[in-house]
Ligand binder design. Structure first.
Ligand SMILES: [Fe+2]
Ligand SMILES: [Fe+2]
Length: 149
């Protein structure tokens, strides 16, 4: 009786964890796709290099999350299709998304009991900070370009 209850509790926790990881995975995969597309289309090579770093991190995050879902016995959802948009809008959207992700990961890390998943989310959160800084630089410098500076 006691053991059954404990098992069902553990199962519920695992399901909750999987839902969280799936949501994060979909978000990271969409971010990766959007940023990769922007890298291909950005006309300034020096800015492209900054954006390529962000794309690399986002792809890596999606990969880590996908692996974690698998290791918990889940099936990663099919990657989302990010709708096509003008390149600058994709950069701005990526910037907004990374900004939101920073807060999201802080909250998720706080709420997760599993130490390994916690560690993973914490690792991603730190890199989202780097993404945020890179994108902030990019957005600021591209505004200068738009002003003809
Ligand atoms: Fe992200
Ligand atoms: Fe990320």
């Amino acid at each position: 009786m006691w053991r059954k209850w404990l098992e069902s509790l553990q199962e519920r926790r695992r399901e909750q964890l999987l839902r969280l990881l799936e949501a994060r995975y979909l978000d990271e995969a969409a971010d990766a796709e959007r940023v990769e597309r922007a890298v291909d289309n950005l006309p300034y090579p020096h800015l492209r290099a900054v954006l390529a770093r962000v794309a690399e991190r986002e792809r890596r995050h999606a990969g880590w999350l996908r692996e974690k879902i698998r290791s918990l016995g889940g099936t990663p959802p099919p990657p989302p299709e990010a709708p096509d948009a003008p390149t600058w809008r994709e950069v701005i959207e990526a910037f907004e998304s990374e900004k939101a992700d920073l807060v999201r990961y802080v909250e998720d890390v706080y709420g997760v009991g599993d130490p390994e998943v916690r560690g993973l989310l914490e690792r991603i959160r730190r890199e989202e900070e780097e993404n945020y800084r890179d994108l902030l630089e990019l957005v600021t410098r591209s505004e200068a370009h738009a002003d003809g500076a």
